[in-house]
Structure formats: C-alpha cells, structure tokens
Design a protein around this ligand. Structure first.
Ligand code: ATP
Ligand code: MG
Length: 576
C-alpha cells in the first residue's frame, strides 16, 4: 500500500497512492513539535500521536481534520500515529461504529501504527485509581449525581466539600473494591479525585474518576460494572502509549489541568495535550448526537446518506480523500474557532475531480431532437476526449444518430435576449457532433414542446466549420437509441440556513431541514457508462461531477451529484 521508501528512514503513515498534501506549510502545532524535537524534550523518542474517536457514531469532516492533523504532522517528523478507540461509555458504543471508523481512516489515506482501545487499559486504570486512593488523592463519594452537581458550585461561586471526602484510605480502598465487585447499584457511589473544591476551573473540583454502571461493554462484556470517565482515561491512555503530542479540539482546553494532574500525580510518561480549533462549516452540523438524530428520525437514509457531512456520506457522494485532505490543510489550524464556507470545501472537491474525473455526456431533463436530413439508419461513432486535463486518459467513441436528447434548458421556442442556445432558426454545435439548426417543434395537447426538429450540416463533422463560420454555443447530447436510463440524485444542502442551529424558541435544528435537499430526475446517459461501477466518478459535461451510487445496477444506473460545476468560492477568492 505505501509508496516505496528510498531512504532507510521509517516509512510514512500516508498510504494513498497519490501521497499526502504538502504539510510543509508551517503552523503552531508543527512548530511546537519541531521545538520539542530540537530540545530533545522526549530524548530520542519519536513523535507519537493518536487519533482517539469515541465509537458512538460515524466520523465526520471535523474528525477528518483531527485525523489529518495527527497523521500528517507525525508523518512530517517520521513519527507514528495510533488509532485508539475511546470506549469508556458502554451505553452508546457499538461495533458498527468501530468498523466504520477504521474504514474511514483508511479511506482518507492513513494507516495507523497500532489499533488500540481505551478499554484495554481498564485493569491498569483501576490499579492507578487504587494508588491515588492510597496516596490520599482519591475518595469514594456517596453523594448522588444530582448532589455532586449541587456541591460543585458555579463559575462564580466555589464548590462545597462532600461529607465523604475525608474517609480513611482503608475505607476508600474497601468501598472501591466493593464498587468494582458489583455490590452497589448504578449511581450509588462514585470515585472522585481529591483536588480543590474552590478551584476556578470547575474540572478541578474533585472530578469524578469512576461511576457505577451495570452495563455490557462492547469489548469487556460484563467484566466491569464501574467505568472510568473520559478525563480519568484519556491522559493515562496517552501516557501508556508514550504519546508525545496529544492534539485535540479547543473544547478540551479547560480539561488540560486535569489531564496533567493525573499524569503528574501518577508519575507516568508526560504526554502533553495541545488544542487546536474545531472545524465548523456553513450549512453543516458536526455533532454526532445531532447526526444520530437525523439518522434515527429518518430525515436521511443513513449515516452514509450523501447529504451527511460524514466521511462515509461524502465518499458515497463522490468526494475524494485527496480533496478532503487538501481542504483540511488549506483551512489550517489556529487557536480560535471559526466557521468555514461550504463553498470552500466544494472548491477543493471540484479542483481534485477536475484532474481525475472522466468527461461524459448525460442529459438530465431530456428533450428529443430529430435531425430530419440525417439518414434514418445511420450511426456514426464520434471521437470524444475523456479528460482535457489528462492526455493519458485518451478518447472514446460516442454514437451519433438521427434522434438525440438534449437538455430542455438548451432549447427555447422564444429565446430571451442573450440566449444563444438552440431556438428556431438558430444554429448550435453539438459537442463532438455536427452543427444543427432548429427548424420547427412538435407540441403536446398542453402546448409544451415535446420534440424539436432540426437539420444538420454534413460538412461540420466533429463540430468544425470548414467555412470558418462561428456559432455562439455548444451543447451536449446523447443518441436517443443508444442512451442508457439513469436515476440522478441531485443534492442541495441538507439545511436551508448557514447556521442549522439558528432556530426559533422551542424548535430544534430539524426545523431548518431543506425540503429540496434531494431531487431525483430520470436522465439519459451515453452508453460508455454501461460498465460504470459504484464509486466511479465522472464529469457530466456542462453539469457537474457525479458518482455512481451503490444502489446502481447495470439495468438501472444511479448517480449522485457530487457537486455542480459553478465555483462560487474561487470567484470570491479571486475578487479578494
Ligand atoms: P462530536 O462533537 O461530533 O460528537 P466528538 O468530539 O465527541 O465529536 P470524538 O470521537 O470524541 O468526537 O472525537 C475524536 C477526536 O476528533 C477528538 O480528538 C476531537 O477533538 C476531534 N474532533 C471532533 N470533532 C472535531 C471538529 N469538528 N474539528 C476538529 N476536530 C474534531
Ligand atoms: Mg468527544
């Protein structure tokens, strides 16, 4: 999978054939690593990072950013990256998510050094908890969850110490063991770190380390009925893996003191947490809880619905891993959260597909054209270029015959000003075909044009004009007799507001669902698409980029519109 390694240096994490986007563009995370390497902060140890998803949902584009940062930065320093499932919450976690996360990370082009689960550390974490108890730094509390909240105080008021805070070491050890042995019901007790109930940082007010939860875990089964919290697990897991730079999004900044407290008080490998800004994109929700609601309530067809911002949804829609990596890297990292224009993401998708997608002709809203002076049984194979951006992609034959389909939009019986496409008496070029002039139309009872009649100029084969005359427009077409039927799924944003959470009181984000986010048309595509397989990507000339959906069958092709051709972001960027 990986590229050949010319030097004796360790292999890179990047495994996609095309390699990584250039990471040399410096940022504060890179600088921090470079400095730590220079100063030998970790001696001669390699840079070690990790991507730590909780397996409670599918990965989304925000995770793609975290993945790229962890893998690509480690890679810059010839370091290593682990994939570690943060599976401390048995109630919401499932194997389906574990599988999809691995598939998605690999699809993005990365291969982890080690595949790990925080649950593998449950025994070690338990031992460390007993050490903290023995050192007088942890205690078993009998307060209920609600009381714990009350005692915690607020941002402006200090908390209150629990009446159970000063239990003896022996009593704490005994109670903790009995918690583990299942002697108490859910929520009856908890283990807390003994830190400072008046700390200005709420996370330091005797944070919970363990809760009682009689739940079956996806990996440890019923072995445990006490589960460690995120805060009590994350830093120690990093430390066990000798993670040098534990990068996470900014909402964890307030947790950094507790991350360090556990590591310092246990005297273990000093992993360090560094925060970066969380990715947010207009018209897009990036919260697993909300995405799960969309799935559960049937607003989308599943986690991989092409309208979802999940990696599996974007893959199905036709986005490429290269486009996502380039996007993430261009957005960059900073220390303040912002919001990125969806148009920028689409720009990177187009930019990449422009290089790799084969051009084909497809008609989404067919209108029949009959070329009256073209021989009835004649079929000509016209040469069509597969990709003007890539000479090696070669060319193909496209059949031309007397009856064709063009887009309804490409014909007007009464053309408005500046409309240069087909209309009675007007000549246009059929791409790779001939020049035709519309002569008359056939209408149905409702007065709608159902057929356009035309004549062609036999001297213009391939679209050339021997006499040098100019036509103002070139339109695409398919031969009616040869065209294949195709269901084409046209997507718009899933939400109609740039901020999907911008709702009236009492409503939730589902109020902003865009009723036009999916429109299905039955189109006609050129016969070369007969053998197109799920995942193949094409540019439908003049329309946009389309990917073959997994629902597609040879007798009924199904395409997803990945992105239309118009690039608003590039235009905005050019204007400055
Ligand atoms: P969500 O808020 O969508 O439920 P999460 O943060 O709970 O996501 P985790 O599985 O805990 O999901 O995240 C794994 C890693 O991905 C964490 O290190 C987290 O910082 C990072 N991450 C999650 N969302 C984003 C985002 N929008 N931008 C950047 N990094 C993110
Ligand atoms: Mg999280």
């Amino acid at each position: 999978m990986s590229t050949p390694n010319p030097s004796s240096e360790p292999e890179k994490n990047i495994t996609a054939e095309t390699g990584a986007a250039p990471v040399t563009q410096s940022n504060f995370l890179y600088e921090r690593m470079a400095e730590d390497v220079r100063n030998k902060k970790y001696g001669d140890a390699v840079i070690q990072t990790r991507f730590p998803p909780e397996p409670n949902g599918y990965l989304h584009i925000g995770h793609a950013k975290a993945i790229c940062i962890n893998f690509m930065l480690a890679d810059e320093f010839r370091g290593k990256t682990n994939l570690r499932f943060d599976d401390t919450n048995p109630e919401k976690e499932e194997q389906e998510y574990v599988d999809s996360i691995q598939r998605d990370v690999r699809w993005l082009g990365f291969e982890w050094e080690r595949l790990l689960f925080a649950s593998d550390y449950f025994e070690q974490l338990y031992e460390w908890a007993k050490k903290l108890i023995r050192d007088g730094k942890a205690y078993v509390d009998d307060l209920t969850a609600e009381q714990v909240r009350e005692y915690r105080g607020t941002l402006t008021e200090p908390g209150k110490e629990s009446p159970y805070r000063n239990r003896s070491v022996e009593e704490n050890l005994d109670l903790f063991e009995r918690m583990k042995n299942g002697e108490f019901p859910d929520g009856a007790k908890s283990l807390r770190a003994k830190i400072d109930m008046s700390s200005p940082n709420m996370n330091m007010r005797d944070p919970i380390m363990y809760r009682i939860l009689h739940a079956t875990h996806h990996r440890t089964g019923d072995k445990w009925c006490i589960y460690p919290t995120y805060d009590y697990t994350h830093g120690q897991s990093d430390s066990l893996e000798q993670v040098t730079h534990s990068m996470c999004s900014l909402e964890f900044a307030d947790h950094q003191p507790i991350y360090r407290w556990y590591i310092d008080n246990l005297g273990i490998f000093p992993s360090q947490q560094i925060e970066f800004d969380r990715l947010a994109v207009t018209y897009t929700l990036l919260s697993k809880r909300k995405l799960l609601k969309l799935v559960q309530e049937g607003h989308v067809t599943g986690w991989d619905d092409p309208r979802m911002p999940t990696i599996s949804g974007m893959r199905r829609r036709g986005y490429t891993p290269e486009a996502l990596r380039n996007f993430v890297w261009s957005v960059g990292v900073s220390r303040t959260n912002g919001i990125v224009d969806l148009a920028m993401l689409e720009h990177f998708v187009r930019e990449d597909l422009n290089k790799r997608a084969a051009r084909v002709m497809a008609v989404l809203n067919p209108l029949k054209v009959v070329i009256d002076n073209y021989p009835e049984d004649q079929v000509e194979e016209m040469d069509a270029i597969n990709n003007p951006e890539d000479a090696s992609a070669g060319s193909r034959k496209v059949p031309f015959s007397r009856e064709l389909y063009i887009e309804q939009d490409d014909f007007r019986e009464v053309p408005p000003p500046k409309y240069f496409r087909l209309s009675p008496g007007r000549e246009v070029r059929l791409r790779y075909g001939y020049l035709i002039t519309a002569t008359h139309v056939v209408k149905n009872d409702a007065g709608e044009v159902v057929e356009v009649h035309a004549k062609y100029d036999p001297a213009t084969r391939g679209g050339n004009t021997p006499d040098g005359r100019k036509v103002k427009s070139t339109i695409h077409w398919v031969s009616a007799r040869h065209a294949l039927d195709a269901e084409v799924r046209l997507y718009e944003t899933l939400f109609s507001k740039p901020d999907p959470d911008d709702v009236a009181e009492g409503e939730d984000f589902t109020a902003n669902l865009n009723p036009l986010s999916l429109q299905i048309v039955n189109g006609k595509v050129e016969p070369s698409l007969k053998s197109a397989k799920a995942g193949d990507r094409f540019q439908f000339e003049r329309l946009g980029y389309f990917a073959v959906d997994e629902d597609s069958k040879p007798e009924k092709l199904v395409f997803n519109r990945t992105v239309a051709l118009k690039d608003t972001w590039a235009r905005q960027a050019a204007k400055g």
